[in-house]
Write a protein that binds this ligand. Structure first.
Ligand SMILES: Cc1cc2nc3c(=O)[nH]c(=O)nc-3n(C[C@H](O)[C@H](O)[C@H](O)COP(=O)(O)O)c2cc1C
Length: 375
């Protein structure tokens, strides 16, 4: 399997399966001298942890993280930061449940493509690397990235935007989104919409079904200038990071797909000078990025999250061992909706990408400012 590392300068390498012993990651490019504790990483991991509300999987993982390298007396040394989380809620009964259906393709999940690619060695236990469990390490690395960004005055916040056609309409100012969203289990800052979303997901759960929706992620405080303008456009790197999360099926920046219905002057964001003579934009249809480079406005991204593929209704499928058509009735644990659990993962992927681009930008900028060093 290739591609378990993301980033150019702030590089995150992760491994670990759904029912393996542990999940691990190595984060390269962490500046030296930063205070860091397990507890700070844990706060973010606790947001993603399953088994906390009726809206997520009953799997009871503690997700206790331990930083095992890159620290001396509580401060980063500049060496790679290594982190580990042991899987604790894996019992024979669960492994047996997966063994019993290991040759059946779970519709909407990754069994078929994994079997095509890895044949008899494909990990059938809880979907291996295709399980949402791998996202623990994205969040652990993301917590580190968020801490670096906080030092730069950059904050990344996400919330549930819609669920099964119910949309959040009353969005508070950016500073209040986090506080308001965390008042309910679907992490939506519009309390009235949140209630309707939760009721709908619980109804769908009772039918043995799962619910889809969308989330919005906003990065505020990103300076103008981040992004390498051709192949590594900021939106291209953010898209790579965000679209690498399982169950994400769509992504838009700023006005997104609405630009298809706009005239040029409706779509264009008009620049103006604020009271400090700083260039700002009156609207943000661009979603904070122009020509692949941040323009100083909020970077606004919306993601479509598909309903969890594992459902408790019978579905037609194929038994790959017998090469016969058959039916599958779900017997394993699942999230009735992925929305609240994906939010910290998506925020983390944005944070990791922004730190990577900050490092690239600073490195390039430093070279640019030398006076003809090559003469
Ligand atoms: C945090 C998280 C938790 C997930 N939990 C489940 C789950 O409990 N059951 C399930 O069938 N899929 C779950 N998924 C989705 C599958 O991992 C995903 O749909 C599958 O790997 C196929 O990939 P694709 O949907 O991107 O094509 C989860 C995904 C994430 C990110």
């Amino acid at each position: 399997m290739l591609g378990n590392t993301i980033g150019r300068m702030f590089r995150v390498t992760a491994c670990g399966e759904s029912y393996g012993d542990a999940l691990l990651c190595i984060v390269d490019g962490v500046p030296a001298g930063m205070e860091l504790t397990d507890g700070e990483i844990q706060v973010e991991l606790d947001r993603r942890r399953p088994g906390q509300t009726p809206l997520d999987s009953p799997r009871k993982e503690t997700d206790q993280v331990k930083i095992v390298s890159g620290l001396l007396e509580g401060k980063t040394t500049g060496a790679p930061v290594g982190m580990i989380i042991y899987n604790v809620d894996r019992h024979d009964i669960h492994v047996q449940q997966y063994r019993d259906v290991k040759d059946l393709i779970r519709p909407g999940h990754a069994e078929y493509t994994y079997i095509v690619k890895y044949g008899e060695y494909a990990d059938w236990c809880g979907a291996g690397r295709a399980s949402g469990r791998e996202t623990c390490m994205r969040v652990a690395a993301g917590a580190l990235a968020k801490k670096i960004l906080a030092g730069e005055g950059i904050k990344v916040v996400g919330y549930t935007k819609s669920c099964m056609g119910i949309a959040a309409e009353n969005i508070p100012p950016f500073e209040k989104i986090e506080e308001e969203a965390r008042k309910n289990m679907i992490i939506c800052p519009d309390q009235e919409a949140a209630k309707r979303m939760i009721d709908r997901v619980l109804e769908i759960k009772d039918e043995g079904e799962t619910a889809g929706g969308s989330i919005e992620i906003i990065a505020r405080g990103v300076p103008a200038g981040l992004g390498e303008p051709v192949f590594d456009k900021l939106q291209a790197c953010l898209a790579h990071a965000l679209m690498s999360i399982a169950a994400i099926k769509g992504l838009e920046f700023g006005a997104g797909f609405k630009v298809a219905e706009m005239k040029g002057s409706e779509c264009n964001d008009f620049p103006y000078l604020d009271e400090n003579r700083k260039v700002r934009f009156r609207t943000n249809n661009a979603g904070g990025i122009l020509g692949g480079i941040s323009n100083g406005e909020d970077i606004v991204m919306r993601l479509a999250v598909k309903p969890t593929p594992t459902v408790s209704v019978e579905q037609p499928t194929i038994d790959m061992a017998k090469m016969e058509e058959t039916t599958l009735g779900a017997i394993t644990r699942r999230d009735p909706t992925l929305l609240s659990r994906i939010l910290p993962v998506a925020e983390s992927m944005v944070a990791i990408t922004l730190v990577d681009h900050l490092l690239m930008w600073r490195g390039y900028d430093a070279m640019q400012k030398f006076e003809n060093p090559w003469k």
